[in-house]
Design a protein around this ligand. Structure first.
Ligand SMILES: Nc1ncnc2c1ncn2[C@@H]1O[C@H](COP(=O)(O)OP(=O)(O)OP(=O)(O)O)[C@@H](O)[C@H]1O
Ligand SMILES: [Mg+2]
Length: 261
């Protein structure tokens, strides 16, 4: 397969991947609504309807972006027209709300420790749609590869940096497989046993978003105990976290394929 064919394949697969994640979440919520889990009056279901509406809008934005993005870098990296300042605490809260129904349906507890006191606030410069995709894929994996127990979504200061942690008590990843999990279409054997439907793209998308925003994405895992993914937004004096002008110049430069962590 040529580089261009591989890029085209990744682009369309990434669209299908993230649209499918959102639609599956919506379907779970709709079934829970039908079963009366959110109440029966409009007032009672209004909050969950709002969450569904937001998820749907994100799907529409993704499809629009796919249609207009001319390159893989824009579709799974940074879209220059989508760059702006946003509050990472709000974004994490939206991811948390979107995944609560899936956690419930999988019999897991999803916890959030995200909007506390932070040394330099929680303003981030970047492409919010892509940052959402990155975090969303990490939370989705944590819920997918945990049979029982808990998943934590945390936002903490580590020194002056702002750090997002996604921790689970799931199946874990063998140390010899850690180097491969960020490669496109790579899945471990253990994950195939848990769920045969994955395509092995979630972490590749997450890595592309992180690297194009200058974020550090890393993983620690113990088989049978759990996994922690860490995303570090480095502190920059007198600037928001995330993208700065020097990084913006790099946007549009092709990513090497296949991507390695
Ligand atoms: N939280 C986790 N716990 C255990 N294994 C994980 C976790 N996150 C990722 N992995 C491993 O990394 C592999 C790659 O993850 P990735 O999200 O890229 O693909 P996938 O989940 O298999 O499929 P897709 O995301 O396309 O549905 C997974 O197959 C799984 O083996
Ligand atoms: Mg995945």
């Amino acid at each position: 397969m040529s580089q261009k064919e591989l890029r085209d394949k990744i682009n369309i697969s990434a669209l299908v991947h993230d649209v499918s994640n959102a639609v599956v979440n919506e379907s779970i919520v709709l079934k829970q609504m039908i079963d009366g889990e959110y109440g029966s009056t409009l007032q009672e279901i209004k909050a969950i309807l709002g969450s569904l509406w937001q998820t749907n809008n994100r799907v529409i934005q993704l499809i629009d972006m796919y249609r207009s993005a001319r390159s893989i870098d824009r579709f799974i990296g940074v879209n220059p027209s989508g760059i702006g300042e946003f509050d990472i605490c709000d974004l994490l809260n939206n991811v948390y709300q979107e995944y609560l129904p899936l956690a419930k349906s999988n019999g897991l507890k999803l916890h959030s420790e995200i909007c506390e006191e932070y040394k330099y606030g929680t303003k981030v410069n970047g492409d919010a749609i892509h940052i959402y995709r990155m975090i969303s894929n990490l939370v989705k994996n944590a819920l997918q590869y945990t049979k029982t127990g808990d998943v934590f979504l945390k936002l903490v200061n580590q020194g002056n940096d702002l750090t997002v942690l996604i921790e689970d008590t799931g199946i874990g990843i063998k140390s010899e497989e850690l180097a491969n999990i960020f490669l496109p279409f790579y899945r471990t054997e253990a994950s195939t046993n848990v769920d045969s439907s994955g395509s092995g793209l979630g972490l590749y998308i997450a890595l592309m978003v992180a690297s194009s925003h200058g974020l550090r994405l890393s993983v620690d895992s113990i088989v049978g105990k759990g996994t922690t993914f860490t995303v570090i937004f480095s502190y920059k004096k007198d600037k928001p976290y995330g993208l700065d002008d020097t990084m913006f110049i790099k946007i549009g430069q092709a990513h090497a394929l296949p991507g390695r962590h």
